[in-house]
Design a protein around this ligand. Structure first.
Ligand code: URA
Length: 344
C-alpha cells in the first residue's frame, strides 16, 4: 500500500516537472495532443498552432553596433519590389501579414464549429531560444564566432573529403556575421559562387540579396539592420557540384559537419532553410513527421526548431526565378521569420 502511494507520488512529481519545463505554447500543444489522444473535441485552431508571436509592446533597446537610425515599426508590410504584384484577375491572395495573436486569445473565441485536431506533430521545445539582437549579447556571440568561422573556412578551402574538391575553383564557406542572429542556408554553390568563393552571388543570389533588402526596407525587424553583412549566408555543400547537379548523400554527409560547426558558433535565433536540401539536413524527420514524400510546400508555414534556433523552410531563390509566383509565399515566409524573431 505504502509502495503504491509512493509510486503515485513519483509519477505526479514527474508530470509536474515535465509541465514546468514547457513554455506556454508548448503547454497548449501538449494539452491538445492529450485531449486528441483521449478523443475530446476541441475548437479549431489556425494552421499556425505551435508557438505564439507577439510584437514587442515597445521598441526594445538595440546594441550600438546594430542600431540603424530612422527605423519605425509598420504593420502588415506590402509585397516588396522583388515580388511582382499578382494579376488583377488572380484568385484571392494568401493570408495577409497581420501579426499573429497569442493562442490563448484565439482558443477562447472559436470562430468555427468544434473539430477534432490532428495529432500535433511538432516536438516540445525545451531549449531556450538563442538571443536576439535586442537581448544585448549578440555582439559577444559575433566576436566569439569569428575564430570558429575562420577555422571552418580555412578547413573547407583545403578540404579533399570528396570528389568535388577536384572540380571546384574555390570552396564557398559562407559569408556574413552572427550580429543579427539570422542564418540563410542554401544548397550548394553555382558557377558564379565557385569563381568568387562567396555564396549567393549569381542570379539566385541577387534575388536573395533583394529579399533581405526588402525585409530591411519594410522594417520587418525594427532596429535590426538586415543585409549580407548582418545575416549569415551559407550552403549545405561548400563546393560546386558539376553542372549544378543535386548534392549526393555522401557529399552531404562529408560536408555537413562544417555547416553544423558554423551554426553552433553563430547561435542563430532563426534559421531560414532555402529549399529542400537544407530542410532535410536540419530537420529531424521522425520528430517532425517528415517522410521521403514530404514536399517543400508542405514543410512551409510551420516553425520548427534546430537546437536553440527557430527554423523555417521556404522555396529556394533559384526556384523563384523559374516560378515567379513562388515569390509571394516566400515573402510570407520571410514575414513569419521576422515574427518568430520578435517573439520572446
Ligand atoms: N544556390 C545555392 O544554393 N547557393 C548558392 O550559393 C548559390 C546558388
Amino acid at each position: 500500500m505504502r509502495e503504491e502511494a509512493a509510486s503515485i507520488a513519483r509519477a505526479t512529481r514527474r508530470l509536474l516537472e515535465r509541465e514546468r519545463a514547457l513554455t506556454g505554447g508548448e503547454l497548449v500543444a501538449a494539452g491538445i495532443a492529450t485531449a486528441t489522444r483521449k478523443g475530446l473535441k476541441l475548437p479549431e485552431l489556425p494552421a499556425i498552432a505551435v508557438g505564439t508571436v507577439a510584437a514587442p509592446a515597445s521598441a526594445p533597446s538595440v546594441p550600438a553596433a546594430l542600431s540603424a537610425p530612422g527605423q519605425a515599426a509598420s504593420a502588415a508590410p506590402a509585397m516588396p519590389a522583388f515580388a511582382p504584384a499578382p494579376p488583377a484577375a488572380a484568385a484571392a491572395p494568401p493570408a495577409p501579414a497581420a501579426p499573429r495573436r497569442p493562442i490563448a486569445s484565439l482558443s477562447k473565441t472559436p470562430a468555427k464549429p468544434p473539430a477534432i485536431l490532428p495529432e500535433v506533430i511538432l516536438p516540445a521545445f525545451t531549449e531556450p531560444v538563442n538571443a536576439s539582437a535586442f537581448d544585448g549579447n549578440r555582439d559577444a556571440i559575433h566576436v566569439a564566432a569569428l575564430p570558429v568561422l575562420e577555422q571552418v573556412a580555412s578547413e573547407a578551402n583545403a578540404c579533399t573529403k570528396c570528389e568535388l574538391c577536384k572540380t571546384r575553383t574555390k570552396a564557398v564557406p559562407g559569408i556574413g556575421s552572427a550580429r543579427s542572429g539570422i542564418v540563410f542556408v542554401g544548397e550548394a554553390p553555382g558557377a558564379d559562387e565557385d569563381l568568387r568563393g562567396e555564396p549567393f552571388v549569381g542570379r539566385a543570389g541577387e534575388l536573395l540579396t533583394s529579399m533581405i533588402a526588402a525585409m530591411h526596407t519594410k522594417n520587418l525587424i525594427p532596429g535590426v539592420p538586415l543585409d549580407r553583412e548582418n545575416v549569415y549566408i551559407v550552403n549545405v555543400l561548400k563546393c560546386r557540384p558539376p553542372e549544378n547537379r543535386n548534392p549526393l548523400p555522401h557529399e552531404i554527409q562529408q560536408c555537413s559537419p562544417y555547416l553544423i560547426r558554423q551554426l553552433e558558433a553563430l547561435q542563430p535565433r532563426v534559421i531560414c532553410c532555402l529549399g529542400k536540401f537544407a530542410a532535410e539536413l536540419l530537420l529531424d524527420p521522425k520528430a517532425n513527421g517528415l517522410t521521403k514524400t514530404t514536399t517543400l510546400a508542405s514543410m512551409r508555414g510551420k516553425t520548427y526548431r534546430w537546437r536553440g534556433a527557430k527554423l523555417i523552410v521556404t522555396y529556394h531563390p533559384a526556384y523563384c526565378l523559374r516560378s515567379p509566383s513562388a515569390k509571394r509565399p516566400v515573402w510570407e515566409d520571410l514575414q513569419r521569420l521576422a515574427q518568430e524573431y520578435l517573439d520572446v
